[in-house]
Design a protein around this ligand. Structure first.
Ligand code: GLC
Length: 511
């Protein structure tokens, strides 16, 4: 049996506000994305994941949903969404949408109804607690994206606290209530019926809550509760989600955001084949550019994730400083592309990393995100013109550095660019089942280098990544191999060199 599509796919994350703007209002939209599908087909991605485009008051830029089954007018209409899916599918590109099950917006009609009175029919769709004698919140949980606020807000209308692991505008749903489960399953079916191929599921590990709302251990504070919560009731919830997806044919998939910085726990959400198809595993994202530390993270995935399910790999997204900025140079960003696209598992790219974008520098008076994440959400520059292809020079956030030269048009015209490197790496994957789904064998390598083979039957690739700023002798690993792709573009098609250049990475094939 051949592997399901999501194992061999490369997924490309689009943050709709920041990708492409068809209306010229400075905020990206669905028609903007649709107009760029040919660029994505040229690049060679297999699937796109769209961050939320649903109706939202935008307190968390769309991760606060007020209608799960409609498109926010800022982004377009349901007809635009249908057209986007149809056009993507025509190009062989799958579409994954974001599903935000842990919380709604405080403007969602469910919450409006729930907060109206203590005996409202939907009161129990959210999590409420009585005020305490000393006026303190019901427990010590810390909210996410703000310094150290509590996860509780006292609602004056009914004089009870409601729970919100994120902003007060994002009240947590009560997944113990079967009506909530049914309503949220209905949301999945709404989008499955519209033809989506899968879901990225937001803070999935946090859905089940300790019914006694026990305090977090004081020594763990101020880690936000959303990064600590992993109550056992979540597994049952995830199995239920999986069974909804299995009502449909075509290998519909779910990838969970499991923001627990413990790979063994992340692995547990695969749940012996009854849970997630894929889970984001974030420890590698937070790992510095160092061969020893990366080797450790790769080993950890082999040890913990591989026995449970198919790994995933990600270096950047809409919540974290871009890896081009974290690693500090384009040479490293290029080598990181080889690493990301060479490891066993499904790679997730974040729009703009193929351009080597750095985070924007956001002056104080342009800061809009309470979580400090504006830099990585800077709009993607498509051209070198003042409006960078957006129809206005004043997009919702400042442009990333050097957009005059570092933009999609200029890099496409330059075969030596990082954009062309990503394209060659994706093409190499498409031509190699070893790279897509093959076994992985880690090799002994000199200090500063991580080396591994990917093998599928007679197809094989060898990968070498130099994490140092010095040349390293790799003659013993290179002998008998040919360069398929080089992070700096040198020597492709020639016998593998005896030495890796500083921060250089290579994909090798048999002559
Ligand atoms: C996830 C999202 C993040 C959002 C949060 C609350 O972590 O990736 O952007 O703010 O959930 O929905």
């Amino acid at each position: 049996m051949s592997a399901p599509w999501w194992q061999s796919a490369v997924v490309y994350q689009i943050y709709p506000r920041s990708f492409a703007d068809a209306t010229g209002d400075g905020v990206g939209d669905l028609q903007g994305i649709r107009a760029k599908l040919d660029n994505l087909a040229w690049l060679g991605v297999d699937a796109i994941w769209l961050s939320p485009f649903y109706r939202s008051p935008m307190a968390d830029f769309g991760y606060d949903v007020s209608d799960y089954c409609d498109v926010d007018p800022l982004f377009g209409t349901l007809a635009d969404f249908d057209a986007l899916v149809a056009d993507a599918h025509e190009r062989g590109i799958k579409v994954i949408v974001d599903w935000v099950p842990n919380h709604t917006s405080d403007q969602h009609p469910w919450f409006q109804e729930a907060r109206a009175s203590r005996d409202a029919e939907k009161r129990d769709w959210y999590v409420w607690r009585e005020p305490t004698a000393d006026g303190a919140p019901p427990n010590n949980w810390i909210q996410t994206w703000t310094e150290d606020g509590p996860t509780w807000t006292l609602d004056p209308a009914t004089d009870q606290w409601y729970l919100h692991l994120f902003l007060p505008e994002q009240p947590d749903l009560n997944w113990r209530n079967p009506e909530v489960v049914a309503a949220m399953h209905g949301v999945l079916r709404f989008w499955l019926d519209r033809g989506v191929d899968g879901f990225r599921m937001d803070v999935l590990h946090a859905l089940g809550k300790d019914p006694d709302l026990v305090d977090d251990a004081p020594e763990l504070l101020p880690i936000p509760h959303s990064a600590l919560n992993h109550h056992e009731s979540t597994y049952e919830i995830v199995r239920g989600l999986r069974s909804v997806l299995e009502e449909y044919d075509g290998d519909r998939m779910m990838v969970g955001e499991v923001f627990l910085l413990d790979t063994a726990l992340v692995a547990s959400y695969y749940d012996g084949g009854q849970g997630l198809h894929l889970a984001f595993n974030f420890p590698p994202l937070f790992t510095p550019w160092d061969a020893g530390l990366w080797r450790y993270r790769i080993d950890e995935v082999v040890r913990e994730i591989e026995p449970q399910g198919w790994p995933s790999w990600v270096l950047s997204n809409h919540d974290q400083v871009r890896h081009r900025t974290r690693y500090g140079s384009e040479a490293r960003a290029r080598a990181a592309a080889v690493l990301l696209l060479g490891l066993r598992g499904t790679p997730f790219l974040y729009a703009g990393e193929e351009l080597g974008l750095e985070d924007a520098v956001v002056p104080e008076d342009r800061v809009v995100d309470p979580g400090g994440r504006d830099g990585c959400r800077a709009p993607v520059p498509w051209t070198g013109a003042a409006d960078h292809g957006w129809g206005t020079p004043d997009a919702w956030l400042p442009w990333p550095p050097d957009a005059e030269h570092r933009n999609a048009e200029a890099l496409r015209a330059d075969e030596g660019s990082i954009l062309h490197l990503y394209r060659r790496l994706l093409a190499e994957r498409h031509g190699s089942t070893a790279l897509q789904v093959g076994d992985q064998v880690l090799l002994d390598a000199p200090d500063g280098v991580v080396a591994w083979d990917r093998v599928d039957g007679g197809d094989a690739r060898r990968l070498l990544v130099n994490f140092t700023d010095q040349p390293v002798d790799v003659a013993a690993l290179a002998d008998g191999w040919t360069v398929a792709v080089a992070s700096d573009g040198t020597g492709e098609g020639a016998p593998a060199p005896a030495e890796l250049a500083p921060d250089q990475a290579l994909v090798l094939r048999r002559p």
